[in-house]
Design a protein around this ligand. Structure first.
Ligand code: FBP
Length: 256
């Protein structure tokens, strides 16, 4: 028998909240964008463990490499991908790993991205339906990245578009939604209010001052976010700073 989805989710979100380290960026943006940053899976895993995160989101190749380093720390395997090498401006995330492969390496959950509003939204809905069938079969929680895209948008950070994307994520079966910060508490409170599953906030591009990162975390938590799934703002810092910042974020998210 498979461990239930609820039990797996509880191992990641013990008090209903989560601090996750996201590391799928070398796929999405390529290593040269992060020149000078050590992108080795082992380094990222050590930061996650020492920073006491609740889980780490990675692609399958990294997941296999870090399994021993992370020990019991839950791994969330990202099943969909796109690269910035593609010339396709109509962005789509295609499935690159199966739920079964994630399950077989001991993942506690799976993650996937849908670009709501993209011209290729319909294809991503179809891909998601296939992922969901297997996630149900293997009782895997789905962490869905609900990111607005497309020609109709003023910007991918448009608060109404983020609110809409998060809502659709909840409606179509994401167990947890991860989305962008809208930039202010008032608009983000509407995102949370309309999304009836837990909402995690992405960190976004690196912010130089740690206090500004912490302010975002405080703001989103104060309006009902369930936590953060943060990447660049952590592992683009020196190891010790990254670990300390994670511990400070943890205190805000979990209050312990
Ligand atoms: P960050 O905290 O670094 O923003 O990471 C969150 C994330 O969702 C990553 O998992 C992903 O690679 C990246 O953002 C995508 O960002 P964008 O949509 O801006 O390319």
């Amino acid at each position: 028998m498979f461990e239930s989805k609820e039990k797996k989710l509880k191992e990641i979100m013990k008090d209903g909240k989560a601090l996750l380290l996201a590391f799928d960026h070398a796929v999405e943006h390529g290593p040269s964008v992060y020149e000078g940053i050590d992108l080795s899976p082992e380094r990222i895993a050590r930061i996650a463990v020492e920073g006491k995160v609740d889980g780490i989101i990675v692609h399958i190749g990294v997941a296999k490499k870090i399994k021993r380093v992370v020990g019991k720390l839950p791994i969330i395997v990202k099943l969909t991908a796109r690269t910035s090498l593609s010339t396709d401006e109509n962005q789509i995330q295609q499935i690159v790993t199966s739920v079964k492969e994630a399950r077989d390496i001991g993942a506690k959950a799976i993650a996937c991205t849908i670009y709501f509003g993209s011209d290729r939204e319909a294809e991503m809905f179809k891909i998601f339906e296939e992922i969901k069938q297997d996630a149900n079969k293997y009782k895997m929680p789905i962490f869905g990245f609900a990111y607005p895209r497309g020609k109709k948008l003023k910007s991918k950070y448009d608060p109404d578009a983020i609110r809409y994307a998060a809502r659709v994520g909840a409606e179509i079966g994401f167990d947890v939604v991860k989305t962008y910060y809208t930039g202010d508490k008032e608009s983000f409170s509407k995102v949370v209010k309309d999304c009836f599953v837990p909402v995690l906030v992405a960190g976004g591009p690196k912010i130089s001052e740690e206090k500004d990162v912490l302010k975002i975390v405080e703001d989103v938590m104060s309006v009902g976010a369930a936590g953060v799934a943060i990447g660049r703002n952590i592992w683009m810092r020196k190891d010790e700073e990254a670990v300390n910042l994670l511990k400070e974020i943890r205190r805000i998210v979990h209050k312990w």
